[in-house]
Unconditional design. Structure first.
Lengths: 232, 273
């Protein structure tokens, strides 16, 4: 599989704080990658850099060989860690918006998933519960046939049943040739679907390994290794 | 992609502007309807005045609403949680700023037009005919005066230059607001306050610099202003072309500068938190 994401000595500073420091790695296509680390480790910063919502202080980031921009946004499907929807819109309007802008968007799949959830497409988003709003966000992202899915904390702050729904939605709908980056600290819930993990600690990349290697070399599950590495 | 941006931007503006404009037109209609019940009784005066005051307030609300919407559409759409969607669309910052500035200018023109319609509705009938007649009289008088002075051939270019000046100054002003908002985003905290701070700094800074510049000119060359006045007296046609065309060019230059800096900030200094 071809390279989908490359970071070269990536550093991001906010004022006096260094959120990411000299991070370098390469990700190949066709994998589900866990971006793991405790709160404040730089996961969201890295994800925002991938999506062009932040600009690096130094170093470079390349999605399919290009710097984040209009071209990379055509192939990256991004789920932020908070709701990005305009509350005044209806579910149908936001689906139409995605359909207008993303050539890889599958509106029929989005409407089918909305129907399965019992969400009326003509319902205004502000009338939906927080959980349903998050599900709509996920449906929009997973209805794209993207090359890279970047999901920031998709299972944080949801009940276990919703967590299962989210994970199955990701697994059933992502393009199998593409890559999925899932940022989370709820490792046990996603461990079984991960191919590879990146461990971030205090803005530094401290480990990049396949899940199989972790199990063989460390004789541990990813969750157990995470607890060991990030023990206080 | 730009067509789609236009479409969604127009839809968003309509959502913000149409309710206030419909209310204003409704009040304008009431002002007209109440005139059919005109009597000498005192209650009529009270009702009529109340409706006229309501219409004036509604027009002001429409005008303020469009300015607020122009600012809000840029700020909330680009730099708040909506930015997570806006800025991850496969659209360049250049396209975003261009579309927002043009639709913002169109929205201002549309609002002014709707306010004019409101005026027509509230005065529909003899009063409106009188108003149009008066406007027609002043326009033809101006054209006749120009023709008598031998400036007839310049009326069309003057009108084109004046329209251009208005349109360019409108877009440039909107781009100045965008610049202030973009510069505010460079601040570590209190970004909205920083935007307002920058706005007032530039606005009053330019006034102060302009005054200082004029004082220095006046001190260094006592006859400069007399020479300028004499030039405009001797070259009236060219003088108006210079004022209108030069003004348009100056606004265009400033607009381009505001656009360039805003684009640079969004392209290279973006920090959506």
């Amino acid at each position: 599989m071809a390279e989908i994401l490359r970071c070269e000595h990536l550093t991001k500073c906010y004022h006096n704080t260094t959120a990411l420091e000299d991070v370098s790695f390469t990700l190949q296509g066709g994998k589900i990658i866990g971006l793991l680390g405790p709160n404040g480790s730089g996961k969201t910063t890295l994800i925002k850099l991938i999506n062009g919502l932040l600009t690096p202080t130094s170093g470079g980031i390349f999605v399919d060989g290009n710097k984040p921009g209009a071209e990379t946004k055509k192939i990256v499907a991004y789920l932020p860690d908070n709701s990005f929807l305009n509350n005044w819109m209806t579910a149908k309007q936001i689906v139409e918006l995605f359909d207008d802008f993303y050539a890889d968007f599958r509106p029929e799949l989005a409407f089918e998933m909305l129907k399965n959830l019992g969400i009326n497409p003509d319902q205004k988003l502000k009338t939906l519960s927080k959980g349903n709003k998050e599900k709509v966000c996920l449906i929009l992202v997973m209805s794209r046939n993207a090359m890279l899915y970047v999901l920031d904390e998709p299972i944080a702050a949801v009940d276990p049943a919703t967590r299962d729904y989210i994970i199955s939605t990701i697994l059933n709908n992502y393009n199998k040739d593409s890559s999925v980056i899932i940022s989370t600290h709820l490792i046990s819930d996603v461990e079984q679907i991960l191919d590879e993990v990146l461990f971030l600690k205090n803005g530094r990349l401290i480990m990049q390994k396949t899940v199989d290697d972790i199990r063989e070399e460390n004789g541990k599950s990813v969750d157990a290794l995470f607890r060991e590495v990030f023990r206080w | 992609m730009v067509k789609k941006l236009f479409k969604h931007e127009i839809l968003s503006y309509m959502r913000q502007l149409l309710p206030a404009e419909c209310v204003m037109l409704g009040i304008a209609l009431l002002v007209r309807l109440v005139q059919f019940a005109e009597t000498d009784k005192s209650w009529y005066e009270v009702v009529f005045t109340s409706f006229v005051v309501a219409l004036v307030v509604a027009v002001l609300v429409c005008l303020i609403n469009v300015v607020v919407t122009v600012i809000k559409r840029f700020y909330t759409n680009m730099f708040t949680h909506e930015g997570y969607l806006t800025l991850t669309l496969p659209v360049t910052p250049f396209q975003h700023i261009t579309v927002k500035a043009l639709i913002g200018a169109l929205a201002v023109i549309e609002t002014l037009f709707v306010c004019f319609i409101g005026l027509c509705v509230s005065t529909f009938g003899e009063v409106m005919v009188e108003l149009f007649r008066a406007a027609g009289y002043y326009i033809t008088s101006f054209i006749d005066m120009c023709a008598k002075l031998g400036y007839g051939a310049h009326i069309a270019p003057w009108i084109i230059e004046a329209v251009l000046l208005m349109l360019i100054s409108l877009v440039s002003t909107i781009l100045f607001y965008y610049l202030c908002i973009s510069v505010g985003q460079l601040s570590h905290k209190n970004r909205v306050a920083a935007s307002f701070g920058f706005f007032f700094l530039v606005y009053f800074g330019v006034q102060i610099l302009y005054t200082i510049f004029m004082v220095i000119l006046a001190i260094t060359d006592f006859e400069l202003f007399d020479d300028i006045a004499a030039f405009f007296e001797d070259h009236q046609v060219a003088g108006i072309h210079i004022i209108l065309g030069g003004g348009a060019a100056l606004y265009a230059a400033f607009g381009a500068l505001f656009f360039f800096i805003s684009h640079k900030i969004i392209n290279t200094k973006l920090n959506i938190e």
